[in-house]
Design a binder for this molecule. Structure first.
Ligand SMILES: [Zn+2]
Length: 271
C-alpha cells in the first residue's frame, strides 16, 4: 500500500511542482495517518488552480532553469572567446570571460584557467559561487576570478570580459604615467552604455599589474565604487577589462574599446 501511495504522491509532486514542499514533508511510513494525509494532499493539490509567479520559480524548476541558463551562457561565452581569439585579442591561454547565472545565490559561469581560447568549448566552463568556489565543472577557475567578482559586486554586471590585446597591452604601458587612457571625439564612443554623443570623454583607468589578485580586486572595487562613469579599465602591460548588464553589452563594450584603443595606438605610433 505504501508503494502505491508513494507512487501517487510522486505523480502529484511532478504535476504540481509548486506543491513539492508540502508533499515532501509527509513521513514515508505505511500508517493510516500517512495514507489519510497523502490522499488529502492529492485532492487539495488537484483542486487548486495551477499558478506560478514569474518572479518566483518553483523549487523543482529552479535548478533545471539554472542549469539550462549556465549551459546557454557557457555556449555563448565559448563562442565569444573563440571569436576574440580570431581577432587577436586573446592569444594562447590569455583572457577570461564570465557571466552571471543567478544573482541570489550568486553563481557565475567562468573560464577555467589554462585553456586555449581558440578552442574554447561550452563543456569546459565552471560554475562558481560568490567566494570563487567551484559549484560545478572540472578544473580551477581563472586566476583573475577575484576581479570578475569585484566587478559584478560593485557594478551589478551581468557579464565580465577580459582581453590581452596588443593595443591594450601597449597603451596601458605608454599611458601608465598618466594613470589612465582618455578616449574622446569618436562616433564609436556611442556604443558604450549611456553615452549619447561623440563628444564624450571616456577615461580608462590603468592599474599596475600584480599577481596579488585579492589586493588588485580591492583597488578595482574602490575605484568602481567611487566612479560610476567608468566602462572599463586597463592592467599595465596586461590587458583590458570591461563588463555589461548582459553578455551582449559586455561583448559590445570590448569591441568598442578595442577599436578605440587601436585607433589611438595607430595614430600615436603612425601605423
Ligand atoms: Zn589577464
Amino acid at each position: 500500500m505504501a508503494g502505491v501511495q508513494a507512487h501517487l504522491i510522486l505523480q502529484v509532486a511532478l504535476w504540481r511542482e509548486d506543491n513539492l514542499s508540502e508533499i515532501a514533508a509527509f513521513p514515508w511510513a505505511p500508517s493510516r495517518k500517512f495514507r489519510w494525509q497523502a490522499e488529502h494532499a492529492i485532492i487539495r493539490a488537484m483542486a487548486r488552480p495551477r499558478k506560478r509567479s514569474a518572479n518566483k520559480p518553483s523549487r523543482r524548476s529552479r535548478p533545471a532553469e539554472s542549469g539550462t541558463r549556465f549551459q546557454n551562457l557557457s555556449a555563448s561565452l565559448a563562442e565569444i572567446g573563440r571569436s576574440f581569439y580570431h581577432r587577436g585579442w586573446v592569444f594562447g591561454t590569455s583572457g577570461n570571460f564570465s557571466a552571471v547565472v543567478s544573482e541570489r545565490p550568486l553563481r557565475l559561469a567562468i573560464t577555467p584557467t589554462g585553456l586555449d581560447k581558440g578552442a574554447l568549448d561550452a563543456d569546459q566552463f565552471l560554475e562558481i559561487d560568490e567566494a570563487a568556489r567551484v559549484v560545478s565543472g572540472k578544473g580551477l577557475p581563472s586566476a583573475e576570478t577575484g576581479l570578475h567578482l569585484a566587478i559584478v559586486r560593485t557594478r551589478g554586471a551581468g557579464a565580465v570580459l577580459h582581453t590581452h590585446s596588443l593595443w591594450s597591452t601597449l597603451l596601458s604601458d605608454n599611458f601608465s604615467g598618466d594613470g589612465a587612457v582618455a578616449l574622446e571625439g569618436f562616433e564609436m564612443l556611442k556604443g558604450l552604455r549611456d553615452v549619447r554623443t561623440h563628444e564624450h570623454r571616456e577615461i580608462l583607468p590603468i592599474f599596475e599589474n600584480s599577481q596579488d589578485i585579492a589586493r588588485l580586486a580591492e583597488q578595482v572595487e574602490a575605484l568602481l565604487s567611487r566612479d560610476p562613469s567608468v566602462h572599463g579599465f586597463l592592467l599595465r602591460r596586461h590587458g583590458l577589462y570591461t563588463w555589461g548588464k548582459d553578455l551582449a553589452e559586455a561583448k559590445r563594450h570590448i569591441e568598442i574599446l578595442e577599436f578605440l584603443l587601436e585607433i589611438l595606438g595607430r595614430s600615436r605610433n603612425g601605423v
